[in-house]
Design a protein around this ligand. Sequence first.
Ligand code: PMP
Length: 353
Amino acid sequence: MTRIPLRSDLRALSGYHSPQVDVPVRLNTNEAPFSPPAAWLDEVAAAARDIDWNRYPDRAATELREGIAALHGVSVDQVFVANGSNEVLQSILLAYAGAGGNVTMFSPTYQMHAQIARVVGATVVEGKRNADFTLDRGEIERVVAASKPAVSFICSPNNPTGTVEPRDNVEAMLAVAPGVVVVDEAYAQFSPWSALELVNDDSPLVVTRTFSKTWSMAAARLGYLVGPRWLVADMEAVVLPYHLDAFKQRAGLLALKFVGDMEARVRDIVAGRDKIVDAFSRLPVTSWPSGANFVLFRPDTLAGTTVWQGLLDRGVLVRDCSSWAGLDNCLRVTVGTDAENEAFIAAMKEVLA
Ligand code: PMP
């Protein structure tokens, strides 16, 4: 058998994987802890019977885009949808960076920004966050001036630190960046502000969102962007024909009928986050302010991996970020149901005792 080597520039990439372990309390991948509303499941099941399965889907996903546009008070031609926000990010990078373009992000941040950029052949230029994971305007200006990026990423709230990027910094980036500025808002519903208010046709700003977290639909793979009309039109040039299947278009549209349920769940998760942060304040743990459905923390007295293993031994899985650059000894816990949060806190008390 002849084995063809992977493209040489990709051999160092290991891919992005979150190890799954079969334990009772899984708080490692920032998903919603609950299933979607039962009424949504019933409607999706009925919708499956109505689909013309022998026909290609609506290539433009018009009804779904109209629904998302109405949700955000924008126009349908400002919305592009794809299979998860990761595919949205990939489409942006294909369209504007491609081979040879520079792509910037500020680490530690969501690793897929660099990973997808490398896969499309772009050059990654990483800036650095401060020790408390905030971002200096001077660093934004330095990195942008040095690299003239085709695409720049700001992740707000930032995964894995939870940091909410202030509006000033997004504006500072827009003032200097020569290319497209992407604000990745996978966790925006848990955060106090959104860059959606800055989107318009005269500004190369894109906000990306996902159905994977608040909408409890990680299994379906659905994400979107809101951006200028010209950019949404450009997405047609890079996306595969009929990339979004008919079933998912229906499932996403039906989800939008349950905005009220989704908002109630967001309130529950924010309350759960407050409880976890409160528990941290009484434990030998350093944690950072989070505007997301997860909290980054560092045990003060034990190694991160020791605590990770101790939690796992008690049936609680969190994300071990302790070997990631700039995140020595850090772990990230996703906010779960009340029972899961309590199990996590009880396990933390035992491990750190
Ligand atoms: N952006 C960020 C910051 C994320 O954390 C994630 C999920 N881990 C994504 C994008 C990708 O989400 P999706 O499931 O929509 O591809």
